[in-house]
Design a protein around this ligand. Structure first.
Ligand SMILES: Cc1cc2nc3c(=O)[nH]c(=O)nc-3n(C[C@H](O)[C@H](O)[C@H](O)COP(=O)(O)OP(=O)(O)OC[C@H]3O[C@@H](n4cnc5c(N)ncnc54)[C@H](O)[C@@H]3O)c2cc1C
Length: 400
């Protein structure tokens, strides 16, 4: 007899979203974490329309009515799509309270492994820990404790500071989403958020690269950029360091532990967004587990939970988005700028579809096709070269 219907390993945002969704459907759920009260350090943000109608909505700290894209030449595109920043401490507290209200139990421990039980279900074990459950969800982040998958090779890196600065260094009425002036090699861009208290969050980001700059290099670039823009930094109040594996393949969906969140490779392969997708997907995973367990089949529940995360359409979307990410990997700064100029000139529905990791594959394909049609011959060639299975060498001339 399994002690729990569901064991969730990890206690980050995606673990709590999955745990609460299962418990709210009447399943007995335990969450295992080495430090259940640990402070979360990331700043989570996304387009407001992605956050709305999810459990993240109540934790929004600040919103901006528009985002700006600044090309390498300094041309500013003002995009009327609202963007929101989540209050991380509030999110942690909201998600923990929701899980507690739903009856989720919490166990302290570091999970080291999981073995199938002959009676069905799994035993999860760690130092002094042994818990039986019908279904196990691994939500332990980028280096999963239990889920098996190939190692990533491409990363997003970013170094951000919340700064005190006199005046407003950039447009205080918008969130500067991507500023590609002085992008360097490999290219990095500025992401800047004004806050209501007059402070600014400024971050230097390498979107996706196999040779992503390290934090010292990003800090040097950010410092030089702020100096060039005449931004006086009176004080650095917080520092954020971000290193996200971007090309994690979809794991084998027949393995006996379900991967959720970063552990389930759910990160968008060219933007790094995850939490809104996890919020939308958690109820689907919970429904699949409820149905499987009602039929008395823990293994089927596990298999169907994997497929709720990665349905056929989702796997096609992922393939298309990985194709796009590979194109970005190879682009020098000027091409990246041209690429994004064309991208943000698309109708907002189109470019926002691309940024949604679980978008409909037909919509993603339509966006890619439309974008490809707007690119000049040189950039099209670069895209084809970067994504072709038998890649032409970088020295081969562009066909005329
Ligand atoms: C700096 C930064 C900023 C980001 N910003 C955004 C953003 O703005 N928007 C967005 O959508 N995404 C963002 N992401 C990407 C992604 O949303 C986050 O990484 C997110 O925290 C991943 O959530 P998770 O629950 O999958 O994993 P994590 O948040 O990494 O949580 C993993 C949990 O597992 C626990 N754990 C690990 N190993 C074990 C073990 N062996 N046994 C038991 N427990 C274990 C950890 O203690 C932790 O509780 C950001 C990532 C980073 C690094």
């Amino acid at each position: 007899m399994n002690k729990f219907d569901v064991i969730v390993v990890g206690m980050g945002p995606t673990a709590l979203l999955a745990a609460a969704a299962c418990a709210e459907r009447g399943l007995s759920v335990v969450v295992i974490s080495p430090a259940p009260d640990q402070r979360w350090n990331q700043r989570y943000a996304d387009f407001t329309s992605e956050i709305n109608d999810t459990p993240l909505e109540a934790s929004v700290l600040a919103s901006w009515p528009a985002v700006e894209f600044v090309s390498a030449s300094g041309a500013v595109a003002h995009l009327s799509e609202a963007y929101s920043l989540i209050d991380t401490a509030r999110l942690a507290s909201d998600l923990r309270s929701r899980a507690e209200r739903a009856g989720v139990q919490v166990k302290r421990g570091v999970v080291r492994g999981a073995d199938p039980r002959s009676a069905g279900g799994m035993t999860v074990y760690g130092d002094g820990l042994s818990v039986d459950g019908a279904v196990v969800i691994d939500a332990t982040g980028f280096q999963p404790a239990l889920v098996k998958r190939p190692a990533p090779t491409a990363y997003q890196t970013a170094l951000g500071w919340r700064i005190e600065t006199p005046g407003a260094p950039y447009n205080p009425g918008a969130m500067r989403f991507m500023d590609l002036r002085d992008a360097g090699a490999p290219p990095t861009f500025l992401y800047a958020m004004p806050h209501a208290d007059g402070t600014w969050f400024v971050e230097e980001t390498s979107l996706v690269a196999t040779n992503a700059p390290n934090f010292d290099a990003l800090a040097d670039r950010l410092r030089a950029r702020l100096e060039r823009d005449g931004v006086v930094v009176t004080r650095v109040l917080e520092t954020e360091r971000c290193r996200i594996p971007m090309d994690t393949p979809i794991p084998d969906l027949d393995q006996p532990v379900v991967g959720f969140g970063a552990a389930g490779s759910m990160i968008h392969p060219s933007t790094g967004y995850l939490v809104t997708r996890a919020a939308r997907t958690a109820p689907k995973v919970a429904d699949a587990i409820v149905a499987g367990l009602a039929a008395g089949a823990p293994r089927a529940a596990t298999r169907d939970a994997w497929r709720a995360i990665w349905p056929v359409g989702g796997r096609i979307t992922r393939t298309l988005q990985q194709f796009g990410a590979r194109a970005l990997l190879s682009m020098p700064a000027d091409e990246l700028s041209t690429f994004f100029e064309r991208f943000f000139a698309l109708p907002p529905d189109r470019w926002r579809t691309w940024m949604r990791a679980d978008a409909d594959p037909a919509d993603v394909a339509a966006t890619m096709w439309t974008l490809f049609g707007t690119l000049d011959l040189h950039t099209r060639w670069q895209v084809v070269r970067a994504t072709a299975p038998n890649r032409p060498s970088a020295n081969e001339p562009v066909p005329q």
